[in-house]
Design a protein around this ligand. Structure first.
Ligand SMILES: NC(=O)C1=CN([C@@H]2O[C@H](COP(=O)(O)OP(=O)(O)OC[C@H]3O[C@@H](n4cnc5c(N)ncnc54)[C@H](O)[C@@H]3O)[C@@H](O)[C@H]2O)C=CC1
Ligand SMILES: O=C(O)[C@@H]1CCC=N1
Length: 257
């Protein structure tokens, strides 16, 4: 029994590497270079989609939204007892069912951090997915990060917040690194300082709990340096900009194709 992965791009290849400790992985991609890469990375490859289905109980669909419908049409009537896990942004369970027909389908939304087995992965199941199927999904996918079972009504919001989230975080990191350069550090040194500061701050919040605003009061001394910087963020509408950023990403999930 193995996990089949359709699409060996950013996400498919990251999941494959996380899964390999737990299950055998077989990959299918229409791009021959990607298939070669999968072989070099130590995975089995299927020359045809049909071959990938053989012996696979979990099948991960990791192609771009524009390619997903074509793949789903090829899977029509062929899923049988297999569980299809789609990570395609904006593609609902109903839309998937309407193309593949009857079948066990899990709609999941991960993020790039599955590349280091620290992904944030939400999922929702259709009514065909049994308790045992879900247990197997959890066993395999938890090797790539933390899992959140949520209602499908929140999947698009999760896509905007956590799916796109790493890019927003990278943007924040990039800006902070530039700020360090402005104050006289080299790029590499500023990057190292910023990463240590951000990772440490996340660990404080995870270890001790509480809310970020409470921790801000522990950093910002009365009449000190930090509050001067916070005032600039407030004047620039930092929180509002981030809220609008996530909201626009959410709106776009409705228009993907
Ligand atoms: N990149 C990200 O951070 C995230 C992406 N997603 C979703 O994951 C999916 C994949 O995204 P990426 O990995 O970034 O895309 P990608 O472009 O890196 O990889 C997609 C792969 O699918 C292959 N492909 C295209 N048509 C195919 C077909 N008919 N049969 C087999 N393989 C085919 C391509 O050759 C490519 O290797 C998308 O639907 C996206 O919405 C979800 C969460 C995060
Ligand atoms: O940008 C996108 O459409 C995908 C979905 C979440 C992350 N990447």
């Amino acid at each position: 029994m193995h996990v089949g992965i359709i699409g060996y791009g950013n996400m498919g290849s990251s999941f494959a590497k996380g899964f390999m400790e737990k299950v055998q992985v077989v990959v299918y991609d229409i791009d021959k270079d990607k298939m070669q890469k999968a072989l070099e990375d130590g995975f089995g490859v299927a020359q045809k989609l049909e071959f990938l289905l053989k012996d696979a109980h979990l099948v991960l669909l990791a192609v771009k939204p524009k390619d997903a419908k074509g793949v789903l049409e090829s899977l029509r009537g062929k899923l049988k007892d297999r569980v299809l896990v789609s990570i395609v942004a904006g593609l609902s369970l109903k839309e998937i069912e309407s193309i593949v027909g009857e079948g066990k389908i899990i709609r999941a939304m991960p993020n790039l951090n599955v590349a280091v087995q620290r992904g944030t992965i939400a999922y929702t199941c259709n009514s065909e997915v049994s308790h045992e199927d879900e247990e197997e999904f959890i066993r395999v996918f938890s090797s790539c990060g933390s899992l959140y079972r949520i209602g499908e009504d929140l999947i698009d919001a999760f896509t905007a917040l956590a799916g796109s989230g790493p890019a927003f975080v990278f943007k924040f990191l990039s800006a902070l690194i530039l700020a360090g350069i402005r104050e006289g550090f080299s790029y590499e040194m500023s990057k190292s300082i910023v990463l240590d500061t951000v990772i440490g701050s996340c660990e404080v919040l995870k270890k001790f709990g509480g809310h970020p605003e409470e921790w801000i009061t522990k950093v910002a001394s009365p009449g000190g340096t930090t509050i001067e910087g916070i005032k600039v963020l407030e004047e620039g509408g930092f929180s509002g900009i981030l809220m609008e950023c996530v909201h626009r990403a959410w709106e776009k999930t409705k228009k993907l194709q």
